[in-house]
Design a protein around this ligand. Structure first.
Ligand code: ZN
Length: 139
């Protein structure tokens, strides 16, 4: 059973993501100033493979989107699902909604706001709140 982050979930954290197959996406690399999609995101048997054609390390890519390296690997049996409280979920949904509304209206936002947004969105994706490419990830 795969517990690692799916290619789709990871691609949602990056700009310009394109689906190649269900388990294979490409996106603009978040770790460098990427004008065309150089990041390959592919699910393997026991891990999520990330490869930046410009040479960013997996660590740099993970750090840029606030994902821990552990989340790329399946740990057999001992995986403990992080607790995610209703309060946290509400907060994350709230942050994502506000940020996306502001961005839609063309209001300016700070890097820090964007950071919180990305993290909230990631948590929602990890906990299955964002599903099937509907709703919140239409950005
Ligand atoms: Zn890169």
């Amino acid at each position: 059973m795969a517990h690692y982050l799916s290619a789709k979930s990871f691609s949602e954290l990056c700009d310009g993501a394109k689906r190649i197959k269900d388990d294979h996406y490409i996106a603009r690399c978040p770790a460098h100033d990427d004008s065309s999609p150089s990041l390959n995101i592919q699910e393997a048997k026991d891990k999520l493979l990330l490869h930046c054609h410009a040479g960013c390390s997996v660590e740099q890519v993970c750090e840029a989107v606030g994902v821990s390296m552990k989340q790329l690997f399946t740990s057999s049996g001992d995986y403990v699902k992080p607790t995610y409280t209703d309060d946290e979920r509400t907060f994350d949904k709230f942050m994502v909604a506000i940020f996306e509304t502001e961005r839609e209206k063309g209001l300016s936002y700070s890097e820090r706001d964007e950071e919180i947004y990305v993290k909230s969105k990631l948590r929602l994706a990890q906990h299955g709140v964002l599903k099937d490419g509907r709703g919140l990830d239409q950005v």
